[in-house]
Design a protein around this ligand. Structure first.
Ligand SMILES: C=CC1=C(C)c2cc3[nH]c(cc4nc(cc5[nH]c(cc1n2)c(C)c5CCC(=O)O)C(CCC(=O)O)=C4C)c(C)c3C=C
Ligand SMILES: [Fe+2]
Ligand SMILES: [Fe+2]
Length: 347
């Protein structure tokens, strides 16, 4: 299924042969386990948490901690979280389903240019970046646009996708040319897409939230101190979004979710904010996740389920997790815009 790339160079009968190199567009998201059982989860988490771009703790300390402690307990806990949101029909995680759908919907937007082949991969798990780069090359792609689907740059996300791709190229005698998509946290098309999506989602609710949280994935605070721009990118996105929606800082609050381990992460924390708001008498709350190109365990389980529960437990009444851009018309228009912009000069 994954191996067969569409033959973009197939010409109508009778058409003279055309000799042109193809151009691959490879969309990449974070990754996902193949199943929710202990060993599948362990394999996925081991690959993820062994990445030095993700965990910067010295190996001598991290290695025993990961192998003796984290990988004995975390697979079971995370497996439960994934099981609660699993796409049973396709037997895969929602992130994989949505990423595939995004690629399938992006391809026809380039149908006018027979050179372009759209594909997708995951940084951790399958389909892997080296596998899809090789498939694109075999399909005749001499140029490849790599699209890490992270609006805000972090070394733990954007850079590790790029590293993985360049590592794969290192082993090739005849490399394709590679371009990478830069962060798009302040792109007006992205901000517009978010604003439209949020407005439409709020219209569908049967309540009007007093406050909307813009919850971004967290990062150890130390990474900010070392110079990672992620924190600034999140703040800029939130500021532009407020401006576009005409909302105040009190109406759209920025928070960071998905803490891992005991060290300090970027603040304010989403779960503590949700609890605090409920305790202070807020009854209607919505959460949007602008940093996620697709819904995943972090939005569907951690936000929609866990944080919804926290809110209600502490006195809140109405809670909604708004969908990510996913393969919505605005989401797809954004992906097309980003790809076209980066392909300039190649097409
Ligand atoms: C432990 C360190 C982690 C860092 C640093 C980190 C950064 C980071 N992650 C995302 C986006 C996603 N993370 C997802 C899942 C996930 N993240 C971590 C840990 C770190 N992330 C773990 C252990 C997991 C697995 C789930 C769990 O056990 O809690 C996902 C969802 C994947 C899915 O299949 O649904 C996304 C997306 C960003 C953007 C980021 C840095 C900014
Ligand atoms: Fe993460
Ligand atoms: Fe999480």
């Amino acid at each position: 299924m994954m191996d067969a790339l569409p033959d973009a160079t197939a010409l109508p009968p009778g058409h003279p042969p055309v000799n042109f190199g193809r151009i691959g567009v490879l969309m990449v998201n974070l990754g996902t386990p193949d199943a929710t059982d202990y060993w599948s989860m362990r394999r996925y988490l081991k690959e993820f948490l062994s990445d030095r771009r993700v965990i910067e703790v010295p190996r001598a300390i991290w290695w025993p901690l990961l192998n003796l402690v984290i990988l004995t307990t975390r697979p079971k806990r995370s497996g439960h979280a994934y099981a609660s949101i699993w796409n049973k029909e396709r037997n895969e995680s929602p992130l994989r389903t949505i990423t595939r759908a995004q690629a399938e919907k992006l391809a026809p937007r380039f149908a006018g240019d027979r050179r372009i082949v759209v594909d997708w991969a995951m940084r951790y798990g399958t389909p892997s970046i080296p596998e899809r780069l090789e498939a694109l090359q075999k399909a005749g792609c001499e140029r490849i646009l790599l699209m890490p689907l992270y609006p805000q740059y972090a070394a733990s996300t954007t850079a590790t996708v790029n590293d993985k791709a360049f590592d794969a190229l290192k082993a090739m005698r005849w490399q394709p040319a590679l371009r990478t998509l830069p962060p798009y946290h302040d792109d007006p098309v992205y901000i517009d897409a978010l604003a439209t999506s949020i407005t439409q989602s709020l219209e569908k609710l049967d309540f009007e939230p007093e406050i909307v949280l813009a919850s971004f994935h967290g990062l150890p605070k130390e990474y900010l101190d070392k110079g990672d721009p992620y924190h600034c990118h999140c703040h800029k996105t939130a500021r532009l979004l407020r401006k576009r929606l005409g909302w105040s800082e009190d109406r759209l609050k920025l928070t960071f979710q998905s803490r891992f381990g005991r060290a300090e992460w970027l603040q304010p924390y989403t779960d503590e904010t949700v609890e605090g708001l409920a305790k202070s008498g807020v009854k209607r709350l919505a959460v949007v996740s602008p940093g996620f190109a697709a819904d995943c365990v972090e939005t569907l389980e951690e936000i929609a389920m866990q944080n919804g529960e926290i809110f209600r437990e502490h006195g809140g009444e109405h809670f909604a997790a708004l969908p990510c851009l996913n393969d919505s018309p605005e989401g797809m228009a954004l992906l097309e815009h980003l790809a076209r912009r980066e392909l300039m000069g190649w097409v």
